[in-house]
Design a binder for this molecule. Structure first.
Ligand code: ZN
Length: 559
């Protein structure tokens, strides 16, 4: 009897649990609530690890792939979403069972119930040609003739593997990439020896510390491996195009840059470093975790920028995309530190002045610099009337030369005027006082005078600087602008001057160690700054990080 009643009790108990969980189980949200990318990421689970296996067909550019995602449910789920664009899905299982799914735009909904706290494994097999993700930037898997470049910030990862595509869900990764023997794979993470597989080779890489999805990269092409050793024996494995000689000496100094950054920010956070240089100029670089991607045009300063992201962005990551200055402002500040370290205080001040000016749409030149930048700008071989020559000289030189001196040169011109390419020579004979200052609109006016095409009616408005606080980012196309990068970097330099080096670098090192592997908001940083300095910094941060007007340059130690 007792047993029976206990049995009944247990039945009721488990029934109750069953009913409760059935009632509570809800579909996971289709986004994490990011202001800039509402459908980026998903709710209800936390990814622990992605295992990506893919085979690339060099003839069609298609991939045949399988992504295994190990996650923990953070709520009772009746279904959950992944972010994924394109491809034919040939199989989808959850914990080994075939599972129904549906797709709408970038959302893949998986009809699997999972109890809160349970670890579960989702396997998605798919094939086809990856889609680039068109946002303010084109990102993701970019097929270039006979090669592949993958740059996924901010939401390009979902264009090549199903994922919880938001930086707030970081996870471990492994890649197994199979390519024909004539090609090599340059990815991020710790490389293993390639395994021969018939006519193909399989390349393996492992990311052993949590990484945001946008930092995953797999590049396919022709590469040679060049190794270096960093601080404390850190292995540096570079992938360069076969004939790349590092003309800028950008990569030669990586060990020195890593040592310098480690001194300033604390120990390098990962188990390997290096760079991937793809065989063309791409004009951008991305801080792929452990091993950033560059074009052949990368400079030493770009390398310092991307390596500093290993601390700021990769190890300590943003909680939402509107906090992007915590990545870019810090990496731009690291550029200032490197300039000061290599070229001294004057070079630092010169750079700060230039960047401060550029934020306001102002460009300063000495006469010689302006002439040489004109002459290196491949000017068209066009004949100009004396009147047009006069307009151009006034446009370029009014800020530093007198009207009379400019007019005197114009008056001596022959009737048929002069060629555009003679402008530099004419400028040489005009005396100037101080620096020449040009605005962004002046470059447009310059072209308009030469070509005779009128300026667009909204040119003045369009070229006006878009001043905003680096921590006040309202849309995706503001994420990568000068206010986020340059003003973010200058805000940190102003903070450094306000707190003094000892307190300031203690703050940066504490911030990195306290939030290692985690996600942060601006408030995490500003609160820590107040705590460590013992100062009330609310007004300072309000003016530098949130208000529109640029604070005075005196706060950067310049007048
Ligand atoms: Zn950056």
């Amino acid at each position: 009897m007792a047993k029976r009643s206990l049995f009944i009790l247990m039945c009721i108990f488990s029934l109750t649990i069953g009913i409760t969980s059935a009632q509570d189980a809800q579909p996971g949200a289709d986004g994490v609530g990011d202001k800039l990318y509402p459908l980026s990421g998903n709710g209800g689970y936390d990814v622990q690890q992605y295992d990506l296996q893919l085979m690339w067909d060099n003839k069609t550019g298609a991939i045949d792939a399988q992504t295994t995602i190990k996650s923990i449910a953070t709520q009772d789920l009746s279904a959950f979403n992944l972010d994924f664009i394109g491809f034919d899905i040939t199989k989808l299982t959850v914990d080994g069972k075939d599972t129904k799914f549906s797709r709408k735009d970038s959302e893949l909904t998986v009809d699997a119930a999972v109890t809160k706290g349970k670890t579960f494994e989702t396997v998605v097999a798919y094939n086809g040609n990856p889609s680039q993700v068109k946002d303010s930037l084109t990102t993701g898997w970019i097929a270039v003739k006979d090669s592949v470049i993958v740059i996924s910030e901010p939401v390009g990862a979902q264009g090549w593997f199903p994922s919880n595509d938001h930086p707030s869900d970081k996870a471990l990764f492994t890649y197994e990439v199979t390519v024909p023997k004539a090609y090599q794979v340059a990815a991020n993470g710790l490389p293993d020896k390639p395994v021969e597989n018939g006519d193909n080779n399989t390349y393996k890489f492992a990311i052993n510390k949590p990484m945001a999805t946008y930092l995953a990269t797999i590049n396919i092409g022709k590469f040679k491996t060049v190794e270096q050793t960093g601080p404390d024996g850190l292995p540096i494995v570079n992938y360069f195009p076969p004939d790349f000689t590092d003309p800028e000496k950008a990569f030669t100094r990586q060990p020195e840059i890593l040592s310098f950054l480690s001194e300033k920010f604390g120990p390098y956070p990962f188990d390997v470093s290096g760079g991937i240089v793809v065989n063309q100029q791409i004009g951008v670089a991305l801080e792929a975790q452990t091993r950033p991607i560059y074009g052949t045009d990368a400079s030493e300063l770009v390398v310092a920028h991307e390596l500093s992201h290993q601390w700021f962005g990769d190890n300590v990551s943003v909680a939402t995309w509107d906090q992007i200055w915590l990545n870019e402002g810090f990496a731009t500040f690291a550029e200032l530190l490197w300039i000061e370290h290599i070229n001294g205080k004057n070079a630092l001040d010169h750079t700060i002045q230039r960047r401060y000016d550029e934020l306001q749409g102002l460009y300063r030149f000495s006469k010689d610099d302006l002439i040489s930048s004109l002459e290196s700008g491949q000017l068209p071989d066009v004949q100009l009337t004396p009147e047009k020559v006069g307009q151009l000289l006034h446009l370029l030189m009014d800020s530093a030369a007198t009207k009379a001196d400019i007019d005197a040169v114009v008056a001596k011109l022959p009737k048929d005027g002069a060629k555009v390419t003679q402008l530099g020579a004419l400028m040489k004979s005009i005396p100037v006082q101080g620096q020449i200052v040009l605005k962004t609109i002046d470059f447009y006016k310059f072209n308009s005078i030469i070509t005779g095409e009128p300026l667009a009616a909204d040119a003045e408005q369009k070229t006006a600087p878009n001043l905003h606080g680096p921590a006040d980012v309202e849309s995706g196309d503001m994420m990568f602008d000068g206010s986020v990068y340059q003003r973010g970097g200058l805000a940190l330099q102003a903070l450094r001057l306000k707190l003094g080096d000892d307190t300031f670098f203690k703050l940066l090192q504490t911030y990195v160690s306290q939030y290692a592997g985690k996600n942060v908001t601006t408030t995490d940083f500003t609160s820590l700054a107040e705590k460590i300095s013992g100062q009330d910094l609310k007004d300072f941060f309000q003016r530098w990080l949130y208000d529109k007007p640029l604070p005075p340059i005196t706060e950067l130690g310049l007048s």
